[in-house]
Design a protein around this ligand. Structure first.
Ligand code: N2P
Length: 396
């Protein structure tokens, strides 16, 4: 493994809490990283204490400081640009949000969509798209920040509406201090089903193993959600990095694949509405969008549990229109704008004063639901194993 790759792995382990500060600093310096580079990486994790000089031994582990480290100074950006390129998940914004923003700000928006985190990250990594805003799920924010692909936000300067964000969404584990992300929407992954076609609620991930429903079911085209579901089915964490658990999940996924019409995410909505698909692994909000067209569609979180997530707006470091990106972030934190977005998407809003304006407010999950839900974490070094298993499932 190259030094650079080793350093990246060490940083991911540190960023996700698998490696202590002291081990990370010692290892990074031994791999040839400069003290400044180590300091930058520590700061990216919200740790502003300077690393020790290379020749000084690392400090002994001590108690946590009583006060949070001071936030890094916020970059000042130039004049507002006249253009903004947004890359978001499909069906994840109200129909008039962009047009209203353009009218008010005079900024021309180019808007593209994707169907999975992987599709978006792949584009960012090769530097394609010229995007100013992308919308990763929590654990992906950690990964992009660790790869130094994100612009630190200047919330104090350009996002006065930041105060509207509900406390629950401030300072998340995946982005301590909200250095990089403005929370966009939150939701769960579960099962959408047609109650007129399937009389009993499919309350277990095991339903996808039922040959009686062959070709009437789909799972998402999403490595984390598919393998995660089969891990939960066997009582394991959907963040497992244990080879034996992952091999068992692979075997279940391959068995289920024989009954599936396809691996498909948001675009399955049309097939649920038409009745070509009766049972689909899907997110709560997309299910609500389909239900608006076909009342027989229902949603549940299987008894074995599933994923809860928050997606955030972030600005790639390479973004050509960073000031306009901040302007958009500030705009969508207005209560009436946030409410109109959630009214369309069916997902929960992190904008507190918007809650009272929702036609069908998405309540925060109950204690019982929360006990069955898990946030996805960065898989760090196990990412390669997960990638390989997903490739094997797709190729089977
Ligand atoms: C968009 C739903 C995206 C949610 N249709 C995935 N976190």
């Amino acid at each position: 493994m190259s030094n650079e790759k080793q350093l990246r792995n060490a940083f991911l382990d540190y960023a996700t809490g698998r490696m202590g500060r002291r081990d990370f600093i010692r290892g990074a310096l031994a791999m040839g990283a400069s003290v400044t580079a180590v300091a930058t990486m520590l700061q990216a994790c919200g740790d502003s204490a300077p690393p020790p000089a290379a020749e000084t031994p690392p400090p002994p582990p001590g108690p946590m400081p009583a006060t949070a480290p001071a936030a890094p100074p916020e970059p000042e950006l130039g004049e507002k640009e006249g253009e903004l390129h947004i890359y978001n998940w499909s069906d994840y914004i109200a129909e008039d949000t962009v047009a209203n923003f353009e009218k008010e700000s005079g900024i021309k928006v180019v808007y593209d969509t994707y169907e999975s985190n992987e599709e978006m990250v792949a584009k960012l990594q090769v530097g394609a798209g010229g995007y100013d805003i992308v919308v990763p799920t929590g654990y992906i924010v950690t990964v992009l920040a660790a790869m130094d692909l994100l612009q630190p936000l200047s919330k104090g300067r350009y996002i006065p509406n930041w105060g509207n964000v509900a406390g629950l969404f401030k300072d998340p584990v995946f982005d301590k201090g909200n250095l990089f992300g403005v929370p966009w929407q939150w939701g769960t992954t579960g099962i959408a089903w047609r109650k007129d076609k399937v009389p009993t609620p499919p309350d277990s991930w095991g339903v996808f193993l039922d040959p009686a429903l062959k070709n009437k079911m789909t799972m998402m085209d999403d490595m984390r959600d598919v393998i995660g579901a089969w891990l939960r089915y066997r009582g394991k964490s959907l963040n497992s990095t244990v080879d034996a658990e992952l091999q068992a999940a692979k075997a279940d996924a391959i068995a289920a694949k024989g009954n599936l019409k396809a691996f498909i995410s948001a675009p399955v909505k049309g097939q649920l509405v038409s009745g070509d698909v009766w049972i689909a692994q899907l997110w709560n909000g997309d299910t609500m969008q389909a239900k608006a067209e076909q009342a027989e569609i229902e949603y549940l979180v299987p008894k074995e549990g599933s994923t809860i997530w928050t997606d955030s707006l972030v600005i790639p470091k390479s973004a050509p229109h960073k000031r306009a990106a901040h302007e958009f972030m500030n705009y969508i934190l207005r209560p009436e704008v946030a409410a109109s977005i959630s009214n369309f998407t069916g997902y929960g809003t992190p904008v507190e004063p918007a809650m009272a304006m929702l036609a069908q407010p998405v309540p925060y999950p109950s204690g019982e639901e929360l006990s069955r839900l898990e946030y996805q974490g960065d898989l760090a070094r196990a990412t390669e194993l997960w990638d390989q298993i997903w490739t094997e499932i797709k190729a089977s």
